[in-house]
Design a protein around this ligand. Structure first.
Ligand SMILES: C[S@@+](CC[C@H](N)C(=O)[O-])C[C@H]1O[C@@H](n2cnc3c(N)ncnc32)[C@H](O)[C@@H]1O
Length: 485
């Protein structure tokens, strides 16, 4: 390689230096390449102005070639301060005294570092004509055409856009779904009714239906509600450990006089028997007439007991046996009834919901009051009435019994039932019929059986609309619980 010029291939895709040189000697004699490192001294620690020194060496090296390329560009004629060569010249002038050893000039070479062109580019450059006076700018349409895409399109390079009526297009994968066209779309209320039917079908036991004509109203009302078949325990709620639970050691069907699941009368060895058979149906087990008057907890046999699953002391464990229907009552919102005759003492269903801490329940209660929403909270305060109690909230998750309204002369009663015997905080709330209930009679219970009758309903109290002769006039004496929707 000649010492006056060095070829640097930065693109890595061009012909080799020798190949290109052989093909185009004229081009390379004018645009020879040269490494900066070969002419510019490296930065020296001792020399504080070494940056300037390096720059001036480089400038010295390029000054000559610039003058060669533009012969009219004479430094002496440069009066315009914006001219690049003038700036370079000035820099050179200032830095000269600090330049100990200027880089040697390369005779006949141009020290410009550019990537070597590919053979294709070289051929184009060779055949290009230099048009004197041509001014190339970034807005030049010749070199940067802005209508290139339109031109391509006019040549047919792009397929023409087709106007397609999508509704008329054949639907290849089966039949069109119900949401594809405006015409076929299901009204929202119909979708809510579908969803309601699905929710009702998910409930365990005999069917739960909606009264004819009330489906749409209920579907809208319960769009944010889910039916559940067991409690949903929320944060801070824990059942006690199994070791603290107990069962009887009866072999075979329990003997009511000996079964240890049953509580004993005070000052007596006699067992309190919660269930008995109906007079007219020996296979039917329900709450005994005697127990209905009590306020005791019912203790049912459970998985820890020695008795079989068919034991008579497992009434709520066997589940609901009556069909239920949700209907709209008018001013009291939705209510619950059964198309079946319900016998006195018959188990109806459990009250279910999210089990939350009392602190959490207070927050929900406040929010419900603000929204003027009905209350679905029932405290598990049979044994304790402290801050540690749990509360069942049937507002968002619950059983059909969450629709049971209050009556001052109720036909049902809520009983506390333990199936663990050990857990005083977590147990079941079960509804039993207090008397025979004819089909399609509203099922009601007393929300507040201990409330005294008052002469004047307190301001802010939720008025009772049960319509019974003995109506107390109010559901709750304060603002805590609110009206139904
Ligand atoms: C557990 S919900 C009962 C179901 C409720 N009716 C519904 O539509 O969802 C309790 C709410 O029902 C309403 N409610 C129940 N019994 C009522 C009665 N006797 N008089 C007035 N409102 C009653 C009250 O708004 C109460 O907060």
């Amino acid at each position: 390689m000649a010492d006056s010029a060095m070829l640097i291939d930065l693109t890595q895709d061009s012909d080799s230096e020798d190949q290109v040189r052989a093909k185009s000697p004229r081009f390379f004699s004018r645009l020879a390449h040269r490494t900066l490192s070969s002419t510019i001294p490296l930065k020296r620690k001792s020399d504080t102005d070494s940056e300037t020194t390096s720059a001036s060496s480089f400038i010295t090296a390029v000054q000559q070639p610039i003058n060669n390329l533009y012969p009219n560009n004479n430094n002496n004629d440069n009066t315009n301060g914006n001219d690049t060569s003038n700036v370079l010249f000035n820099l050179k002038q200032r830095s000269q005294p600090y330049t100990p050893s200027p880089a040697p000039e390369i005779p006949g070479g141009v020290s410009v570092v550019i990537p070597s062109p590919s053979a294709q580019l070289k051929r184009e450059i060779d055949s290009a004509e230099f048009i004197p006076g041509t001014k190339l700018t970034a807005f030049s349409q010749k070199y940067y055409p802005t209508d290139a895409f339109e031109k391509r399109a006019s040549r047919g390079a792009y397929p023409a856009a087709r106007s397609v009526k999508r509704a008329k297009q054949p639907f290849i994968i089966g039949r069109p779904g119900p949401f594809l066209t405006e015409k076929g779309r299901k009204p929202v209320i119909d979708m809510l009714c579908d969803s309601l039917r699905q929710k009702l079908a998910s409930i365990d036991g005999p069917p739960v239906t909606v009264a004819p004509g009330d489906e749409k109203l209920l579907a809208q009302s319960v769009s944010d509600f889910e039916f559940i078949n067991r409690y949903k325990l929320r944060a801070g709620v824990k059942p006690i450990e199994d070791v603290f639970n107990a069962g009887c050691s009866c072999k075979g069907i329990c003997n009511p006089s000996r079964c240890t699941c049953l509580t004993q009368e005070e000052n007596s060895n006699e067992r309190i028997i919660p269930y008995s058979t109906a007079n007219d149906a020996s296979r039917f087990w329900g709450l005994s007439q005697d127990f209905m008057k009590r306020t005791s907890m019912i203790y049912e046999c459970n998985a820890l007991c020695g008795c079989p699953e068919g034991c008579w002391n497992r009434v709520i464990t066997h589940g609901r046996s009556v069909r239920l229907e949700i209907f709209h009552t008018g001013l009291r919102g939705f209510g619950l009834r059964s198309p079946d005759l319900i016998r006195a003492g018959q188990f109806i269903d459990l009250y279910l919901g999210e089990v939350i801490t009392s602190k959490h329940a207070d927050e929900r209660e406040k929010a419900a009051v603000t929204r003027n929403a009905p209350s679905y909270l029932f405290s598990l305060d049979f044994f304790n009435n402290d801050d540690n109690i749990y509360v069942v909230d049937g507002a968002t998750f619950g059983a059909p019994t969450r629709f049971m309204n209050h009556s001052c002369n109720p036909n049902c009663r809520m009983f506390a039932v333990s199936r663990t015997h050990g857990d005083q905080y977590l147990y079941d709330l079960a509804f039993f019929a207090l008397r025979d209930i004819p089909p399609n009679t509203e099922l009601t219970f007393d929300y507040n059986p201990h409330m005294e009758r008052v002469d004047r309903v307190a301001p802010g109290a939720v008025p009772c609309l049960c319509g019974e002769a003995n109506c107390r006039g109010q559901l709750w004496a304060n603002e805590k619980k609110k009206k139904a929707r």
